[in-house]
Design a protein around this ligand. Sequence first.
Ligand code: UDP
Length: 370
Amino acid sequence: MIRVLSVFGTRPEAIKMAPVVHALRDAPRQFESIVCVSAQHRAMLDQVLGVFGLDADHDLDLMTAGQSPAEVTARVLQSLPPLLRQIRPDVLLVQGDTMTTFAAAFAAYLERIPSGHVEAGLRTGDRYQPFPEEMNRVMTTRLASIHFAPTAQARAALLAEGIPAADVHLTGNTVIDALLQTVREDYTFRSPRLASLDPRRRVILITTHRRESFGPPLRSTCAAIRDLAERFSDLQFVLPVHPNPEVKQTVERLLCDLPGMYLIEPVDYLEFVHLMNRSYLVLTDSGGVQEEAPSLGKPVLVLREVTERPEGVEAGTAVLVGTDRNRIVQVASELLSSRAAYEQMANAVNPYGDGQASGRIVKALVERFG
Ligand code: UDP
């Protein structure tokens, strides 16, 4: 029996860990699966737990208003060790690149408990972009004992940093497992605003929340959206507004009066997946959305200057447009007016996974710790 403690704290971590936790729970003779949430982002985490029917066995409940990355780290390092000493897992699993990811892996290291890193090996090579995620990934790599790389490039990055090949498993990204387990064609939106979208008009879905986007880049993205609305009269724009005040105040000020604009509260994962499915085009600075949208055949314009996910750009599912107003308008206009350009992107193969990643992770855990 392998005792696995999964620790996560934010919405994207929970989405990407949910299929792993379910896969562990589906093998009760091999695993004892224990879940601990840091609740770094309380409300958005709880939404995901609800959608996936997950209960946390332990809840550090450490979110505070205006918390800094250092404060989150300090709180995880304070509250997790007593739990680790009590549970003594055979392995601790973390996912991705948040302060919870790094701090939990570090706490495990200090207790001499091995940790496994899900979605290991993503790199931009720029220590400040994305910030602080790039450094969290690098440090989690140093701390972890077993690494689950979503793509061949991520695996190569780990090997290039000296991680032994035997410790690296190429699994695909669990985000695709979650997506394929969730999406269905006969879905009806629960949100009255989303249910009121005009079926004859195309939907552009926008998400933006990264620190690097705050200020001028976000204002430039908003200007590009206004330009597109002027050029194409059949568009509806849906923007689930991230609760960060930097995002909320800017988009509300610059976009609230735009006809066809749906500024909505962040929606739960179930609604969001089907919103992606309903969309024609996705504009995003999110990591997870870049990975998901291609599985639904939706071209993605990435609102970032650099990406740690170059595979989508290389496969032709995404274009790195940055936040320059003219560039966004130019690339989006091409896809909105040329059927051939659109089809080429929509039909490109998603390089991020086939929906079987969690099964591969579970198998690797059995081989290593069984
Ligand atoms: N998502 C969601 N509701 C929303 C926006 C996004 O459930 O209103 C999901 C989306 O499907 C993806 C994840 O949240 O799986 C992405 O999270 P986010 O963009 O916050 O973080 P990142 O992926 O950039 O780390």
